[in-house]
Design a protein around this ligand. Structure first.
Ligand code: SAH
Ligand code: AVI
Length: 330
């Protein structure tokens, strides 16, 4: 562990190391040598990828962020007062805009003690920590730079107060069903008896609305998608011709998830220098870079049950676009 920053209010621990470059290397080695090429979505989020994601959140087509924000504004006081929560642990915290809504509710109820953002992107954790200690009097921030699939045991023990562990934005949908249940189970294990999981999930709806959200007119999502190729070029000394890959997004009705892929416009022979690996793409060949599952209430209840959790509150918007749910162990 490397401590990145320490002041009276801020502690930031980094659990990412050279081994994590190997994690990218191993994911690339696995994913690009399969008959159907695929990469996990966490590698989108270097500093540029995080910025592009923030731009996506502002796009007119991308309804999840503004919808979840509105739901959260309406329900945060109830969630906080129900739990008597003084601490927010946010997994995949990003820019922490939604955290502010929960921190405001905690400040208003007089319980606010600490915010624990955990993200693979060092920049977003550092920026959020600096901004939030300025905005909230007496707030402590303990940031964790890490991978929530591997470093949940590095979340600091709670200060003596119930806590909310939040996974927002629909990020749970970026994992395939079995991995998703495994992640929920791992999260359940860090919940104390009075803690709550707060989960944001995008809901099943008209596929045209979903597809537009993942293929915006301005092309920001396309750039976000191609960013994974820039990351591999930089980190693993590869030579992907990024302009030769088209962004594809389509809703898979059978699995009820949207997929993002990159399609080679022409035959490409790519060298991944660090791995001494040559990867051939035929013209039209696709690389899957993300799934984003869309949910129903019953699917979430089943996933919770499989993870040893029980649904407590279920909140949606008037158009049933997005849902926030709270769950407790047991
Ligand atoms: N929670 C924010 C951001 C969602 S974007 C919101 O609701 O808007 C997804 C965030 O999760 C990004 O900041 C990304 O860096 C982070 N992330 C993705 N995979 C991760 C992983 N395996 N471990 C930790 N953080 C991850
Ligand atoms: C972070 N995650 C929930 C986003 C999503 O909607 O699946 C990532 C994203 N991909 C394309 N646009 C946004």
């Amino acid at each position: 562990m490397r401590s990145v920053q320490e002041t009276d209010e801020i502690q930031i621990d980094s659990w990412l190391s050279e081994a994590d470059e190997r994690c990218l290397a191993n994911d690339v080695l696995d994913g690009l040598t399969r008959p159907f090429k695929e990469l996990p979505p966490k590698h989108f989020y270097d500093a540029r990828g995080s910025e592009l994601f923030e731009r996506i959140c502002e796009l007119p087509e991308y309804y999840p962020t503004r919808t979840e924000t509105r739901i959260l504004e309406a329900c945060a006081p109830q969630i906080v007062s129900d739990a008597q929560a003084g601490e927010l642990v946010e997994l995949g915290s990003g820019a922490a805009d939604k955290a502010r809504i929960l921190l405001d509710a905690m400040a208003q109820s007089g319980t606010l003690r600490r915010y624990v953002p955990l993200d693979v992107s060092q920049q977003v954790v550092e920026d959020a920590a600096r901004q939030l200690v300025d905005e909230y009097e007496d707030l402590l921030v303990h940031g964790v730079i890490g991978d929530f699939q591997r470093h949940l045991d590095r979340v600091p023990p709670s200060l003596d107060t119930p806590r909310i562990v939040a996974l927002l934005g629909g990020t749970i949908g970026n994992f395939p069903p079995g991995t998703r249940r495994g992640l929920l189970r791992d999260i359940a294990e860090i919940l104390g008896p009075d803690d709550r999981l707060l989960l944001g999930t995008d809901l099943v709806k008209d596929p045209a609305v979903i597809e537009a959200a993942y293929d915006d007119a301005e092309g920001v999502t396309a750039e976000f998608n191609r960013n994974v190729l820039h990351v591999i070029n930089r980190e693993l000394d590869a030579d992907f011709p990024t302009d030769a890959f088209d962004h594809i997004a389509f809703f898979d009705r059978r699995h009820e998830w949207v997929e993002m892929r990159l399609r080679a416009r022409r035959p490409c022979s790519v060298l991944v220098g660090e791995l001494d690996l040559r990867v051939e793409f035929a013209a039209g060949e696709e690389l899957r870079t993300e799934i984003s599952a869309k949910f129903t209430r019953s699917r979430i209840e089943a996933d919770f049950a499989a993870a040893g959790l029980r649904l407590e509150w279920w909140y949606t918007d008037a158009d049933d676009l997005f849902a926030l749910s709270t769950a407790r162990p047991g």
